[in-house]
Structure formats: C-alpha cells, structure tokens
Design a protein around this ligand. Structure first.
Ligand code: BES
Ligand code: ZN
Ligand code: ZN
Length: 480
C-alpha cells in the first residue's frame, strides 16, 4: 500500500473533504470546478455538512469524484469525528471497489481519518466463495493533501489499523480455524516478522509451572492449551517501566459441563478477543518500535466437554497456591487468567492490564459502547481512562469494593470461581484480584465491546478489535 503526504494533487479516483456544519459551502480555488454542482445539489438535498452526512460530486478533470463528509457542529468536533468520516469514505470505497483515495488533511485529522478509512475497508471473506473484485479488495493508495508533511502520522495510523485488522481476523476466525496451537503458530510467525521474541509454553511446561487452574480448563478438550508469551524489549529504552498485557484466549467456549445454551453458542469463537487484542497491540508496538519494555501474555485453551472436563464442585490449586472451588465450569476465563496473571509476576511489571471477554453481565451493563474497567490501582486506571479518551477506545470504571469478595466465599476452598446473581462482572474482577497482589493491575472486560453490529462507520459487523488502540495509546503515553 502506498501512503503519501503531498502538498497538491490534480489526479484522484476520489478526493475526500471533511468539513464542519455550515449553511453555505465554499470550495477552495483548486476545487472550483465542483462549485456550481455543489451549490445546486447541496440545495436540492439540503446538505449542510451535518455529522455523518455526505455528498458526492463528479468531476470532469483529473479528480474524478469529490466526496464531502460532514463533521457536524464545529464546537462538537473531536478526533473520532474524523475517524467516523474516514469510515464513511472507506465504506464508499469498499462498496465501489475504489483503491485510490486522497483527502484534504491537516495535523489534527490525518491520523484518525486514515485509521477510520483502513478500519472500514476491512472485510472477512477468506472462507467465502465470492467473486472478485469484492474478494481480496484492498486499498492500494492513500494520499493526504496538506502543506505539512504528515507521513509520520500516516505511517503510525496505518500500522495501528493493520494491527487492529489483524486482531479482527483472529477473532472472526471460527474455532476450527483457530485452535490454541494455531494461535501459537500465528504468534510465532508475527513475532518473526516484527522482531518480537516469542515463547510458547505447552501443557507439560505449564505443569512444571504448577498452572493447575489454567490446565483444569484444557483437560476438557483434545487440544493442548498454550501459553503464548510475546516480548518487546528494544535495545534503546526511553522508559524504566515494564508493561504486561494479558489477554484471555479461549478459542472456543462451550461452557464445559455447565454447558451454554445452543442459541448463539457459535459466538463463543470470539472468546479469544482479549488475547487477540494483546496480539494486535504487540504487533503495532513492535512495528512502531516504541522504546519501552512490553510483554504480551496470552493463555489459550478451549472450554469443551469430555470425560476429563472440570466438574462443578471440583477444587483446583492455582499457581499462586490459592485453592479454587469450580462451581460453574463456564466461568473458565478467570481460571486461565488467574495463572497467567501470576506468571506475569516474573517480569516485575510496573503495570499489568488484562483484557477479556469475561462476563455476559458486562454486555448488559455497558453494551457495545464502552469497555468496563476495574482494578487495584487508581493511578493505572486514570492512565487508561485518558488513553481511552484519546484513542476513542474507551473504558468506564466500575467499583471493586471489598464487599464483593463476600460472594466468592467457599466452604471447602479458599475461593469459589463464581459469585451469586448480583454484579457478575465485578465479582469476576474480584476473583482475578486474588492473583494480582504483587503489582498495579487493571482488568478490562471487553465482552460487550469486542463485537460490532456494524453501526459505527469504521467498525464493520463482526470483531471490532477492541482494546488494541487503547493498549497502543496507553503504552505510548508511558513514554511521555
Ligand atoms: N465467555 C463468557 C462471557 C461472555 C458471554 C462473553 C457473552 C461474551 C458474550 C464467559 O466465559 C462466561 O461464560 N461467563 C459466565 C460467567 C458465569 C458462569 C458466572 C457468564 O457471563 O454467564
Ligand atoms: Zn464461559
Ligand atoms: Zn469464556
């Protein structure tokens, strides 16, 4: 893909111009050939550049189309307005198979617009027998037109968006195309391509590590669990921090003996979205070579049913010695995360952040708009809140008061793996909190945000790639 920053352009398949709401639109002299048509059509269609509204004009010269996209009221414009505008442009390009896009850019809009564009043209059709040109459609050229040189912004935005799209590919893949083994192979391949180190622990090595909470989940499946560890440790560091990102990597969650209902069970192929987000974030961090030590840890397993599967009432001992009564085998994410979180201690991390599609209750509480966050460090959660606003991959804090621990009491083990009916997302975090005492930690429940219904211009239906942009922004902010 060619991405370039130029000061002038006289040829383009489609030139995009984003503008705030206004009663009368006046184009620059360079675009004067469109002015008469614009005056006529804008009046006919009452186009005033309201947010998310667009108007297409055809040219007679080198610029074949001019796509005007509204940003809405000037005082309400923020970076996501441009990401959405990029998304609208991307959807237009995808629909008409246009591969070459130019846009009128400035320092403020270049990154989010480019992100929105590349995130919107994403499509997952590798397993579908459809005809070209839709299949394999890609954008081949993005040109920013600006007096300033915006190549660095464009490079970063495209690396990050491609990483998000990589996460989406992983999360959209069905369980038979992405097993823990395949996930691990893909991580190895990505690590080779982007200069990360990658270690994969198999079940025998995890036994030596006494990760019996994690292993209890994979016992119920023929596929071996894997612990995928990706490490970015550049020679030149500009921060003393070490950040560990931990992602739930259930390549399929049937619930185990506490079997899920059949309706919509297929959606549980996406139960590795936290692991997918860690994968994508590590790729972007490596590609941009951020000068900071970051470790990505992805415990990956299936949660199925066989004669060896966890049974309700079973008690297992986690790596940190805590005994867990498994009252519901469908609360498996926390079982594998428990040991992965203990494993993270060896890096002596400044901050540990986990992302997981952990609870259905989170989708009820916050929907697909914002990720739920809980943790043991207000300092870390404030940093994440800020990174979330900046990347528009937002988080909303829920409380983790001690009182919630009451629900996890077990008469026969140190803790139970589920609480009662109330505050299911919080009791899940309260469970994880038994394994995070040695560092500053935040938990992101992305059960609601990992999937998109296709209502946001730059989030096609399917995996959204939630938390990749957030992680990237957070790590980048640690350098300031
Ligand atoms: N993977 C699910 C959570 C989930 C549900 C994610 C819906 C996305 C959409 C998780 O493993 C699970 O099954 N959690 C249970 C916990 C319960 C047994 C305490 C749940 O949320 O029902
Ligand atoms: Zn489950
Ligand atoms: Zn699950």
């Amino acid at each position: 893909m060619k991405i370039q920053s130029v000061t002038n352009i006289d040829k383009s398949e489609v030139l995009v111009y984003c503008l705030p709401k206004t009663a009368k639109i006046t184009l620059s002299s360079q675009l004067s050939e469109f002015q008469d048509d614009l005056d006529r059509i804008a009046k006919l269609e009452s186009f005033t550049a309201e947010a998310k509204k667009s108007l297409l004009l055809y040219g007679k010269g080198g610029i074949k189309r001019l796509l005007l996209i509204g940003l809405g009221d000037a005082e309400k414009i923020h970076s996501d307005s441009y990401r959405i505008a990029g998304g609208i442009a991307g959807n237009y390009a995808k629909k008409h198979h246009i591969q070459d896009i130019a846009f009128i850019a400035d320092k403020e809009n270049a990154s989010p617009f480019c992100e929105g564009l590349l995130l919107a043209v994403y499509h997952f059709d590798e397993l579908k027998n459809i005809k070209k040109p839709k299949k394999d459609y890609i954008i081949s050229s993005i040109t920013a037109i600006s007096d300033a040189d915006l190549s660095a912004e464009l490079k970063e935005a495209s690396s990050l968006s491609q990483a998000v799209n990589k996460t989406r590919d992983l999360c959209n893949a069905p369980g038979n195309h992405l097993t823990p083994q395949i996930f691990a192979e893909k991580a190895k391949e990505m690590a080779n391509n982007y200069g990360l180190s990658c270690t994969i622990l198999d079940e025998k090595e995890m036994e030596e590590e006494e990760m019996f909470s994690l292993l209890s989940v994979s016992k119920g499946s023929d596929e071996e669990a894997k612990l995928i560890v990706l490490e970015h440790k550049p020679t030149e560091l500009k921060s003393d921090d070490t950040i560990a990102l931990v992602g739930k990597g259930l390549t399929f969650d049937a619930g185990g003996i506490s079997l899920k209902p059949a309706l919509n069970m297929h959606e549980m192929k996406r139960d590795m979205s936290g692991g997918g987000a860690v994968f994508g974030a590590m790729q972007a961090i490596a590609e941009m070579n951020l000068p900071i030590h970051v470790v990505g840890i992805i415990p990956s397993s299936e949660n199925l049913v066989n004669g060896k599967a966890n049974k309700p009432g079973d008690i297992v001992k986690a790596k940190n010695g805590t005994t867990i009564e498994i009252l519901n085998t469908d609360a498996e994410g926390r079982l594998i995360l428990a040991d992965a979180l203990t494993y993270a201690e060896r890096y002596n991390p400044t901050y540990v952040i986990d992302a997981a599609t952990l609870t259905g209750a989170m989708t009820i509480a916050l929907g697909d708009v914002v990720t739920g966050m809980m943790g043991n460090s207000q300092e870390l959660m404030d940093l994440l809140k800020r990174a979330g606003e900046e990347s528009h991959d937002r988080v909303w804090q829920l409380p983790l008061y001690e009182e919630y621990d009451e629900q996890l009491k077990s008469p026969v083990a140190d803790i139970a793996n589920i609480g009662g009916k109330l505050a299911g997302s919080i009791t899940a975090a309260a469970f994880l909190n038994y394994f995070t005492k040695k560092y500053k930690w935040a938990h992101l429940d992305i059960a609601g945000t990992a999937w998109s219904e296709g209502k946001v211009a730059y989030k096609p239906k399917g995996s959204s790639g939630a938390a990749v942009r957030l992680f990237y922004q957070f790590v980048k902010n640690c350098l300031k």
